[in-house]
Ligand binder design. Sequence first.
Ligand code: MCA
Ligand code: AMP
Length: 506
Amino acid sequence: MTNPLFDALFAPHLGKDTAFLHLLDGSTLSHDAFLRMAAQIGGVLDAIGLNAGDRLALQAAKSPEALAVYAACVQKGVIFLPLNTAYTAHELAYFIENSEAKLVVCDPAKEADIAKITARTNARLMTLAADGSGTLMQAAAKQPETTQTVARSADDLAAFLYTSGTTGRSKGAMLTQDNLLSNSEVLKDYWGFTESDVLLHALPIFHTHGLFVASNVMLLAGGAMVFMPAFDPDTILAHMPRATSMMGVPTFYTRLLDHDGFTREAAAHMRLFISGSAPMLAETHEQFEALTGQRILERYGMTETNMNTSNPLIGTRKAGTVGFPLPGVELKVCDPVTGAELAQGEIGVLEVRGRNVFKGYWQMPEKTREELREDGFFITGDLGLLDEDGYVQIVGRGKDLIISGGYNIYPKELELVIDAQPGVKESAVIGVPHPDFGESPVAVVVSDGDGPDMAQIMAACNVELARFKHPRRIIVIDALPRNTMGKVQKNALREDYKTLFTPKES
Ligand code: MCA
Ligand code: AMP
């Protein structure tokens, strides 16, 4: 009986007393202790009747237990659906309904709100707090510390990750065991991770970066992670002398550079700093190298594809580029209209193909057809080129997307909420450069009648949208700039407001 993902990431560590998670209370959880905890959670999944292919949605604080829920899902063939802890009940309702999750695990503080959703969908609801308390681990404590591994094939689904869309409607990206496994195998080797590595893990574990890149790679390598609930520069610096590596979004690096305690000596024990999820300014690369003598390794990925390209471990890490296509990943730069492949140096839409590319969007065959070609190439929506040395350079986005501190914000989602408010004729949401988050959303609103009520707009955002998506400014203007076809010219708006957040916002 085989379960490729479990067999590669988890099974080799059964019975091993090696360090897996260093926690901030000073304790260390061994690989074996972690797997015993996961087996007990797996026992709960069996007891409540979850079968392979069923979905489990988790919205809980980052903790060893939350990571063990992922391991339990892999072992039992249950499809894991992690959800951003910032999502509101309004957003959660969609994910729970759309995925038809059979079990929802949430923070006890949100139980009352989420119970209203699960009552409608007939899903089972259990709780998991940041300290591991709650009904899930109470039930797990009664289960044995070993459990049967359910057979799966490489093509079976392991996870759904929801990604917002340009239409404002989220899509569940279906990721197979092989998508996740093949990518972590490639990354482990490409970045040289071994069991001697200790990774500073400060990313959330509900996205590809913190879960499928950081955690999977470390599980495969057999190394340890300093597992932090969130990014805090003081905590990072306190643990840097025992660590070898860190993965982060550009905001991690700009915040570290702003910290007086971050020096060449502080970073001396580290062998590798990796950045991704959003573009890193060449200036940040340069400042980092000047201070530490080390060069950040930048890579590029997507929820639908895991990681596609990376700068090399050995060789030149070129600032302003995301490196080369990873082994096993084919990358083409294509004409956005015809799809024809373009020559080196020409700017077009990046398309990628490989074992890393997802299976499609859950119950959205049309969306899948729009973005995933029959020949297997996925249309990323990112604009880029291959430079003279074969490095991939991302020059912009063909899709209307804002990335704030590594979180994606689709303007349409905000525009739909804002346009529905009284006094708003129409709105356009744009991403404006921000010194801390890279980009921040700004709403440009055209008033109707007596004009918009700002408090009402923010109240609606509070109910419907996670806090990180909220507009950081709302600007009222007479009319939106449009081209001759009547399309709103967001480029013109971005130009008008490009210095809104500089100099640095307090
Ligand atoms: C928190 N807030 C934010 C963000 N994060 N606002 C805008 N953008 C954000 N990213 C808001 C909170 O709602 C709160 O608002 C205030 O900022 C402070 O909250 P706090 O939790 O203290 O935030 P923080 O510690 O400052 O967090 C910033 C952060 C965090 C460390 C950059 O957002 C983070 O860890 N980002 C990583 C995201 C990530 O893992 N992305 C990978 C996606 P208020 O005070 O007003 O209530 S995977 C992906 O993109 C692909 C596959 C890839 O290539 O990796
Ligand atoms: P997500 O949908 O959350 O997986 O976000 C994926 C998007 O993040 C990609 O399509 C890119 O636009 C962006 N992205 C990820 N890594 C990088 C990077 N190193 N440089 C520029 N953009 C990036």
